[in-house]
Design a protein around this ligand. Structure first.
Ligand code: AHG
Ligand code: MN
Ligand code: MN
Length: 322
């Protein structure tokens, strides 16, 4: 099986970027080890703090954020960092070529139940027309990402990543400490009979979105004339991993009862990287109106509605919303 670095070299990824990816994934290897030790490494449970988004931080959110931040700051390759767990951007190395954003631990509520969790990351080129300590570094559309990926800490630790070409899947070989290529090219089937949505939010959805889900639930008797299955992980990284592996549609629509903050998922370090992975695996990724990767960001913690996965199913869903 091919190791990660030779794969990246073969994909003609520039050396500076390879070195940065290597650093990032070394931090994830460390997170993976701590996750697998669970209660033994004293990483479970909550802290007494909240992040800027008002969410209680779990110990593992904080530890993962610190590990990633420390290693990226030392790498010399990163000009600016943004993280779900950092209120503001962090200036790193002046004149370094890249900027990195991450959700250090996605699916926090799964930490204490030994469920799927992961780290989501995205890399862009640094902008020379903005200082290293400025949010403007991240004022770039998702189409500008030079690398996007996640590391999923499940029964095995897996890395899904794209550097602009196909979305590839690697598995962490814990005996050797390296990521090995296990699926050369992920390809999401265009049709599906599986959907992922938090059904308990039914009464917060627009009538149009509720109508779409209702038609799925009607199954063979309804207009869609097939039986749909539902899965909900509570960790976007796990749900989208399933979609990348066998198809499906993942939805986190707007909450119409909360017009001041209708969406839940974050554009920079959740929606954009996963949208790039999905699109490069032949899927589609939209908000309720637009292609996620074409949104001009206004804030590093900005939230967007998300509808992504099997191309024909995403089209179908959007046809209810137009
Ligand atoms: P995070 O743990 O980084 O805050 O993200 C959790 C997100 C996402 O991963 C998941 O799909 C969603 O929140 C789960 O939301 P529900 O609480 O509605 O299930
Ligand atoms: Mn998250
Ligand atoms: Mn998180």
């Amino acid at each position: 099986m091919k190791r990660l670095i030779p794969c990246l070299e073969q994909d003609n990824v520039e050396i500076e970027l390879i070195l940065l990816i290597k650093t990032l994934l070394t931090a994830c290897k460390e997170i993976s080890f701590r996750v697998s030790q669970g209660a033994l490494s004293n990483v479970l449970g909550s802290t007494l703090d909240e992040n800027i988004q008002g969410e209680t931080q779990k110990k593992l959110d904080v530890i993962s954020n610190q590990l990633l931040k420390d290693m990226l700051l030392e790498s010399g390759k990163v000009r600016t960092i943004a993280s779900e767990e950092e209120d503001f951007v962090v200036a790193a190395t002046e004149n370094a070529p890249y900027i990195v954003a991450f959700d250090p631990l996605d699916g926090s509520s799964n930490i204490d139940i030994n469920g799927q969790i992961g780290t989501i990351f995205t890399i862009y080129r640094a902008k020379d027309d903005a200082p290293a300590n400025s949010e403007l570094q991240f004022s770039q559309k998702g189409t500008e990402q030079v690398c996007a990926g996640y590391v999923l800490y499940g029964p095995s630790t897996m890395l899904a990543m794209t550097t602009g070409g196909p979305t590839r899947l690697y598995t962490l070989d814990k005996t050797q400490g390296c990521y090995l290529l296990t699926t050369e090219q992920l390809s999401i089937p265009t049709e599906t009979q599986e959907f992922a949505v938090n059904m308990s939010n039914f009464h917060q959805w627009s009538a149009e979105f509720a109508h779409y889900i209702n038609d799925l639930i009607l199954g063979k008797a309804g207009i869609r004339a097939k039986k749909y299955n539902m899965r909900w992980n509570g960790a976007m990284v796990g749900d989208v991993h399933r979609v990348l592996s066998r198809g499906g549609i993942f939805c986190y629509p707007n909450n119409i009862n909360q017009p001041e903050q209708p969406a839940k998922l974050r554009l920079l370090y959740e929606a954009n990287p996963l949208a790039m992975l999905v699109e490069n695996a032949k899927g589609k990724a939209f908000t309720e109106q637009t292609r996620i990767l074409e949104i001009q960001p206004s804030d590093i913690h900005q939230r967007v509605a998300v509808i992504m996965g099997s191309a024909n199913e995403v089209d179908k869903c959007l046809s209810y919303l137009r």
